[in-house]
Design a protein around this ligand. Structure first.
Ligand code: TYM
Length: 335
């Protein structure tokens, strides 16, 4: 008998290189849990990677790397759909349709666009501005009900919900679900190791700001050793963490990687110093990240296997996309 699922889960990562601990703890690690009780679709969102025009060869290589990371982290390609966004052209078609239901005022509020465009807004590409509409199309094309992401995607998810409702309202339908963001765990926003007020990011010029999934044990150890702390004692309670962003970040990372709570980490280390804490953090990170990195490399060595998974995934995604896109066109009655 076919298993009935609670929810349809959709999420994705951009193939922009330097997959890091934030991508893993904020997103991919949670997907591994969710695959047990839900139908899941995990996308490699290459069209999004192009919002800042880049070399297609690097995007192509990074696609395989992201696919390998999904599988190495524990996503089962037999139970879930893993595919590349540009292999399903309905994403772009739906994105255009949804853009016609998205007031410019909604996009003007997107903080990520403001951050990325900086002072040069007039010269920023239209794709960077309309990117959240493509993200809504990714989710709604599959009628996903839950979207597990890191905290930085909250505002984009809110927009997807608004766009879904705007379409449904106009056509007096309940065709699109209103997707719920799933922002789970203690590490939904992993911060830079050099500055606890800045998000850990692929684009930070300092490699010491992040732990990459491909880092060797030596690199991880060096980065944790250099991670910024302060001169105070190890905190005794969670309230103390509020004014100490770097310490809060390291404790949250520890809690997430070891599947414990922040308070448990504090209880374990509050009578110790940061050197001791960092030694333990290095150890658990080395175990976790290194096992993913070794597995990733093994998978990457078998390109035929990876490409077959992406081809099968694209077939399945195209099947769902074609069916839903036909219904969308029928509801609209124009095309
Ligand atoms: P991207 O590629 O920037 O990041 C992929 C996932 O990693 C999470 N993440 C973090 N989580 C915690 N701490 C961090 N420092 C950190 N940095 C990144 C992100 O929140 C994300 O979950 N727009 C998306 C990709 C996307 C998507 C979608 C996601 C496109 N279409 C549809 C969900 C559904 C993005 O740029 O993610």
């Amino acid at each position: 008998m076919e298993k009935t699922f609670n929810d349809l889960i959709f999420s994705g990562v951009q193939p922009t290189g330097n997959l890091h601990l934030g991508n893993y703890l904020g997103a991919i690690k949670n997907w591994v849990e969710l695959q047990n009780n839900n139908k899941c679709i995990f996308c490699i969102v290459d069209l999004h990677a192009f919002t800042v025009p880049r070399n297609c060869i690097s995007i192509k290589n990074n696609i395989l790397e992201v696919a390998a990371a999904y599988i190495a982290a524990g996503i089962d390609p037999k139970r879930n759909i893993i595919f590349v966004q540009s292999h399903v052209s309905y994403h772009s078609e739906l994105s255009w349709i949804l853009s016609c239901f998205t007031p410019i005022g909604w996009l003007n509020r997107m903080t990520q666009f403001k951050d990325k465009a900086g002072k040069n807004k007039e010269k920023a590409p239209l794709g960077l501005y309309s990117y959240p509409v493509l993200m809504a199309a990714d989710i709604l094309l599959y009628k996903a009900t839950k979207v597990p992401v890191g905290d930085d995607q909250k505002q984009h998810l809110e927009l997807s919900r608004n766009i879904s409702q705007a379409f449904n309202r106009f056509y007096e339908t309940d065709f699109f679900p209103i997707p719920d963001p799933l922002i789970i765990g203690t590490a939904a926003r992993v911060m830079s190791l050099r500055d606890g007020t800045k998000k850990m990011s692929k684009s930070d010029p300092s490699d010491f700001s992040r732990i990459n999934l491909k880092d060797s044990s030596d690199e991880i150890s060096k980065k944790i050793r250099k991670a910024k702390t302060d001169s105070l004692d190890f905190p005794k309670n969670e309230i103390e963490l509020e004014a100490r962003p770097e310490i809060q970040n390291l404790i949250k990372i520890f809690a997430s990687v070891s599947d414990t709570s922040i308070q448990q980490v504090i209880n374990e280390f509050h009578q110790r110093d940061f050197i001791f804490f960092k030694e333990s953090l290095k150890e658990i990170l080395n175990q976790k990240i290194n096992s993913i990195s070794v597995e990733m490399q093994k998978i990457l060595n078998d390109e035929t296997f990876l490409k077959k998974i992406l081809k099968d995934g694209a077939e399945k995604a195209n099947e769902i996309g074609a069916k839903n896109m036909k219904e969308i066109r029928d509801i609209m009655g124009c095309f």
